[in-house]
Design a protein around this ligand. Structure first.
Ligand SMILES: O=C(O)[C@H]1NCC[C@@H]1O
Length: 351
């Protein structure tokens, strides 16, 4: 077997959302912070993201994470998140996958019944509490970066939909959020194609008409991801959502192509952004649990720990919890004569 690279990964999912965790085979990254290293990856060595997420090693609904040594002295490990069209500064499902892999493989020591650790995500330091029993991580709870709303009830002109009211908020990624009922879109998973097409049209319009920049980091712009929200369908939950992760974005020339995939989980950063909006509207208070269901019916539980301020925006400091499961280990190779050195996408299931 000939190979120019060997990449070792542990395959995991968090409440259904796959987040491959790359543990070896990474390029040498430059940068004094994990955020700077993420930017270096994006501009200099984006081939690893493409190789892992595209075919034949990946699939449209896959996310990946690269474990890196932390730059911050308080952190136990760093990680860089890779999705189909971006390097998000933070991600809930991916954080849960990373913590589960670090502890269940022994890369970091597990202490039962509770392991406390700190991760350096590109967005900053993330304090984590992992409940552990018999060598298994049974729940991951992390304190996210502060979340806040930047626009409430803004009006967008959306191709094929007309005027749509949206909220734009930050929860570690910038979300454009709209009410599924008002759009006449059912959030049932079997309606996934319509959810994805509607969401990506709204995202394209929001990027054009309501672009935002993080008030404390001008290198973070958005929105980059869309969320439709709705009333709970299960009495044990407080809300339901469907988040669409772009795989290429809405293309007016191919209006029926699937431009993204549903987040299989209830979306951690999306839940935090939604909680920030609910708090701003006076509908969610500090200390209240917010149980959010995703398209598979699985849940993440968010909670507002405190209220703060981010450059003049009223913000919440949320915790989020959920569970992750490992489902395999992989060694990926790359034959130097393989014509697809960065993998490939093709227009049947990819935008
Ligand atoms: O849980 C989250 O925050 C996310 N899941 C995939 C897309 C987002 O990064």
């Amino acid at each position: 077997m000939r190979t120019s690279r060997v990449i070792t990964a542990v395959e995991a999912h968090a409440e259904g959302e796959p987040g491959r965790v790359i543990t070896a085979g990474a390029p040498v990254l430059q940068g004094e912070t994990v955020f700077a290293q993420m930017q270096y990856m994006q501009t200099h060595v984006d081939d690893l993201r493409k190789l892992m997420l595209r075919e034949p090693r990946g699939q449209p609904a896959l996310c990946a994470n690269l474990i890196v040594p932390p730059c911050h002295p308080d952190a136990d490990a760093g990680f860089i998140i890779m999705e189909q069209t971006e390097y998000p500064p933070m991600s809930g499902s991916n954080t849960i996958c990373v913590v589960t892999v670090l502890l269940e493989t022994g890369m970091l020591s597990m202490v039962e019944p509770v392991t406390e650790l700190t991760l350096e995500a590109p967005a900053g330091l993330i304090r984590v509490r992992a409940d552990c029993a018999d060598g298994k991580v049974t729940r991951v709870t992390f304190k996210n970066v502060p979340a806040f709303a930047m626009h409430l009830d803004a009006s967008l002109e959306v191709e094929g939909l007309g005027r749509v009211a949206v909220d734009i908020g930050w929860g570690g990624m910038f979300y454009v959020m709209s009410d599924a009922d008002a759009l006449g879109v059912s959030l049932e998973a079997e309606n996934g194609a319509q959810i994805v097409q509607t969401s990506e049209r709204i995202l394209a319009a929001a990027r054009e008409q309501l672009g935002v920049t993080h008030p404390e980091n001008p290198d973070i712009t958005g929105p980059t991801i869309s969320q439709l929200f709705g009333a709970p369908t299960n009495p044990d939950t407080h809300g339901k959502n469907a988040v669409t992760v772009s795989t290429g974005g809405f293309d007016p020339k191919r209006p029926h192509a699937l431009p993204g995939t549903l987040d299989r989980s209830p979306c951690g950063t999306g839940t935090c952004a939604r909680m920030a909006v609910l708090h701003k509207r006076g509908l969610l208070k500090a200390g209240q649990d917010y149980v959010h269901a995703g398209p598979l019916g699985t849940t993440f539980t968010g909670r507002i720990e405190e209220v703060t301020d981010v450059a003049g925006y009223e913000a919440i400091v949320p915790t989020l919890s959920g569970q992750g499961w490992i489902y395999g280990t992989s060694n990926y190779t790359l034959d130097p004569t393989d014509p697809f050195q960065e993998g490939y996408t093709i227009g049947d299931i990819w935008a």
